[in-house]
Design a binder for this molecule. Structure first.
Ligand SMILES: *Cc1c(COP(=O)(O)O)cnc(C)c1O
Length: 397
């Protein structure tokens, strides 16, 4: 079957260049970068090269980058760093939002059990935090602000630069989960006033299981993994050099082609939004303007998102209801609840996340398939029947 893959926010296909670099390093540069012999030193050089490339793209120094096993680990380490440094000064308050990734939310919940207090800012119906609310939430004892760069379910892009500015003004550390942004938007830690940033290779056509944490010099990183002296003693374990080198190559490629890809992605995304918005009692979720070029996300009244996904899969369309991490659970997405959708509407969600490999023709196929499947599911839905009869009121007009 000819499949249409529109689940790139869950993971992307590794690019040819990323795969070639991965294989090449595995075959030809397999020594341990900590070894003193010549092959070891060649591996150390390749590691340093990767770090330098990534630093250049992010606008930081190589020594400000810690390689991790991915976005989740980087999020954990950043938040633990903010909490540990805060604790030393008696600061036990953290500010975040209601729609962060679970790697952030679950770390914060753990800290709450240890006596930290967390303020979860509203993200309002368009999936955006408000700067005045952020500023009002900051206190004398605020140790850290952690707010994502772009949301993985509804694609809304936060005003990161201004958030960073407010944090600087109040002397509070600012971490951003930029996993959905790096490689897709022009992220620069200096210009964006970021103290700590998480990224993950498999969201920009690199391999899975590798990522990085940018941590501004002068901020002492907390360690999650104790052991050897790798990553300046802040993240032990023999470096995954094939994946790290592949990630650096993938990021370089993503940045080189960003403008070209984003022009194509935006046009395809807007075709989806235009077509799918014609379905009655449906709504676009997330901000209409401040959204990732490749992300189109919707809710449909009167249907179950799970059923929609299964029927789309039968038609060869690989989509998602939102977060890959919550699929399989019966709870609706915390992101959709955070933007104020009631449970029954949040259940009828669909996320279509694109890559440059998709085509306009595919978008037309997807619009037709979604239109047909939503109509079919409504025809057998008791909830839809109640809505039609008027015994139940529509939430989405
Ligand atoms: C995918 C994702 C993560 C997790 O990254 P992994 O590399 O899969 O651990 C964290 N935050 C966001 C916003 C993501 O989209």
């Amino acid at each position: 079957m000819n499949r249409i893959y529109v689940d790139n926010a869950a993971t992307t296909k590794p690019s040819r260049r990323a795969t070639e670099v991965l294989l090449d390093v595995m075959e030809n540069n397999y020594a341990n970068p900590s070894s003193l012999h010549t092959p070891g030193q060649l591996a150390a050089v390749a590691l340093a090269d990767s770090r330098r490339k990534m630093a250049e793209i992010l606008g930081c120094e190589p020594r400000e980058i810690i390689f991790t096993s991915g976005g989740s680990e980087a999020d954990n380490q950043a938040i633990l760093t903010g909490a540990t440094l805060g604790l030393r000064k008696g600061k036990k308050h953290i500010v975040s939002t209601k729609f962060e990734h679970h790697a952030v939310l679950h770390t914060l919940q753990k800290l709450e059990k240890q006596g930290f207090e967390v303020t979860y800012l509203d993200v309002h119906s368009n999936g955006m935090v408000r700067l005045d609310e952020l500023e009002a939430s900051l206190r004398e004892d605020t140790a850290l602000v952690t707010i994502m760069y772009a949301n993985n379910e509804i694609g809304s892009i936060q005003p990161v630069r201004q958030i960073g500015e407010i944090c600087r003004k109040h002397g509070v550390l600012f971490h951003t989960d930029a996993v959905q942004a790096v490689g897709h938007l022009p992220v620069n830690v200096q210009e964006d006033n970021i103290d700590m940033l998480s990224l993950s290779a498999h969201k920009f056509h690199g391999p899975k299981g590798v990522g990085a944490l940018y941590i501004r010099k002068g901020i002492a990183p907390a360690t999650l993994i104790e052991g050897g002296a790798q990553e300046r003693g802040k993240r032990a374990g023999t470096e995954n050099l094939p994946a790290i080198a592949s990630m650096a190559a993938a990021l370089e490629e993503a940045v080189e082609k960003m403008d070209e890809y984003n022009a194509k992605l935006t046009a395809m995304r807007d075709r989806l939004i235009e077509g799918i918005s014609k379905i009655p009692h449906s709504t676009l979720t997330g901000d209409a303007v401040e959204r990732l070029p490749g992300c189109a996300s919707f809710c449909f009244e009167g249907i179950e998102g799970e059923a929609l996904l299964l029927l789309l899969d039968q038609k060869g369309i690989c989509a998602s209801s939102g977060s890959a991490c919550t699929s399989g659970s019966l709870d609706p997405s915390h992101v959709l609840l955070a933007i104020g959708l009631p449970h029954e509407v949040a259940h009828g969600s669909l996320r279509l996340s694109l890559s440059h490999e998709n085509t306009m023709e595919e978008m037309d196929t997807v619009v037709q398939a979604v239109t047909d499947v939503v109509a079919y599911l409504r025809s057998i839905s008791p909830v839809w029947a109640d809505l039609q009869k008027g015994t139940k009121e529509y939430v989405i007009q």
